[in-house]
Design a protein around this ligand. Structure first.
Ligand SMILES: Cc1cc2nc3c(=O)[nH]c(=O)nc-3n(C[C@H](O)[C@H](O)[C@H](O)COP(=O)(O)OP(=O)(O)OC[C@H]3O[C@@H](n4cnc5c(N)ncnc54)[C@H](O)[C@@H]3O)c2cc1C
Ligand SMILES: NC(=O)c1ccc[n+]([C@@H]2O[C@H](COP(=O)([O-])OP(=O)(O)OC[C@H]3O[C@@H](n4cnc5c(N)ncnc54)[C@H](OP(=O)(O)O)[C@@H]3O)[C@@H](O)[C@H]2O)c1
Length: 226
């Protein structure tokens, strides 16, 4: 779900804030990527982790309830730490879409790239958050933005089926994006499930792509959620 707060903050798209609740067991706080445009009311995408300490309580909140928010946004998953590129590939699983929504909504993703490809991998269509909004943005942006939702556990004839790693290996993602994912032109940002991130890094290594570091330039930037 999308949690909408009345608070606003200035931040760089890709950053996160810590959000917490006073529960009977004590104060519990977790990190959440900001999905909104900087300066607008804050939004985060939330997955309910059944056995989780915080998210079941967040899902019980009623409109108007209060949460505790850190003073400052944090994090380095921003364009300040991304080298020049012509094509930007944004690969998310589940709520890993959050920071990319902020980058797309604010226009920051289009700052340097001629083309942006967003791949959102979820189990089912219900988790394809903000799908209508992203489809509208794709229609507005034409060839400069491709939105590729993929489902791993449901089939929908209008959507790609399989994990995004499988679709990357088979070449299906590049065919759908109508461009190749190449170290000569692309930077890849990965967000969400940590095993997905490790698996994609291994697949991209075979193409000669590696993690970007300030001192050793590369092609991949990551944000692991756990
Ligand atoms: C920098 C950063 C940004 C994050 N941004 C988001 C965000 O925007 N939205 C969000 O939902 N979560 C986000 N997370 C994860 C979030 O901080 C919590 O871990 C998550 O909400 C679970 O909290 P919990 O207390 O309910 O579960 P915990 O008791 O902390 O249980 C953690 C377990 O839940 C699972 N898990 C954690 N996060 C997710 C997830 N997003 N999807 C599926 N399974 C998960 C993992 O198995 C993990 O080991 C982020 C984490 C980091 C480090
Ligand atoms: N029990 C259930 O049926 C069920 C359903 C929904 C949510 N949940 C719970 O809800 C929470 C959030 O789950 P979520 O579905 O948003 O997050 P998730 O478990 O990270 O899955 C999101 C997407 O990432 C894919 N994925 C996982 N590992 C990958 C890898 N190594 N490489 C490429 N893709 C990978 C998943 O594919 P796969 O489907 O192939 O794993 C799925 O399409 C979790 O606590 C989960 O237990 C449970």
């Amino acid at each position: 779900m999308t949690l909408r707060l009345s608070a606003r903050a200035e931040f760089k798209p890709g950053q996160f804030m810590n959000l917490g609740l006073h529960l009977p067991t004590g104060f519990v706080s977790r990190s959440y990527s900001l999905a909104s445009t900087p300066g607008e009311p804050l939004e985060v995408l939330l997955a309910r982790v059944g056995e989780g300490a915080l998210t079941p309580a967040l899902f019980e909140l009623q409109p108007g309830a209060s949460v505790t928010l850190d003073d400052k946004p944090q994090g380095f998953f921003t364009f300040d730490y991304v080298p020049p590129h012509r094509e930007l590939w944004l690969l998310a699983t589940g709520t890993g879409l959050g920071p990319f929504l902020s980058m797309l909504r604010s226009g920051a993703a289009f700052g340097r790239a001629e083309r942006v490809v967003l791949v959102h991998g979820t189990r089912g269509a219900a988790e394809l958050a903000h799908r209508d909004e992203l489809q509208r943005l794709a229609a507005e942006r034409g060839a400069s933005f491709r939105y590729l939702p993929t489902l791993s556990q449901e089939t929908d004839p209008s959507l790609a089926h399989g994990r995004l790693t499988t679709l990357l290996s088979s070449g299906a993602l590049e065919a759908l994006a109508q461009t190749s994912l190449s170290p000569d032109s692309a930077h890849v940002m990965l967000c969400g499930n940590p095993q997905m991130i490790d698996d994609v890094i291994a697949l991209l290594a075979a193409r000669g792509m590696k993690r970007h570091r300030q001192r050793v330039p590369g092609h991949i930037t990551t944000e692991k959620y756990w």
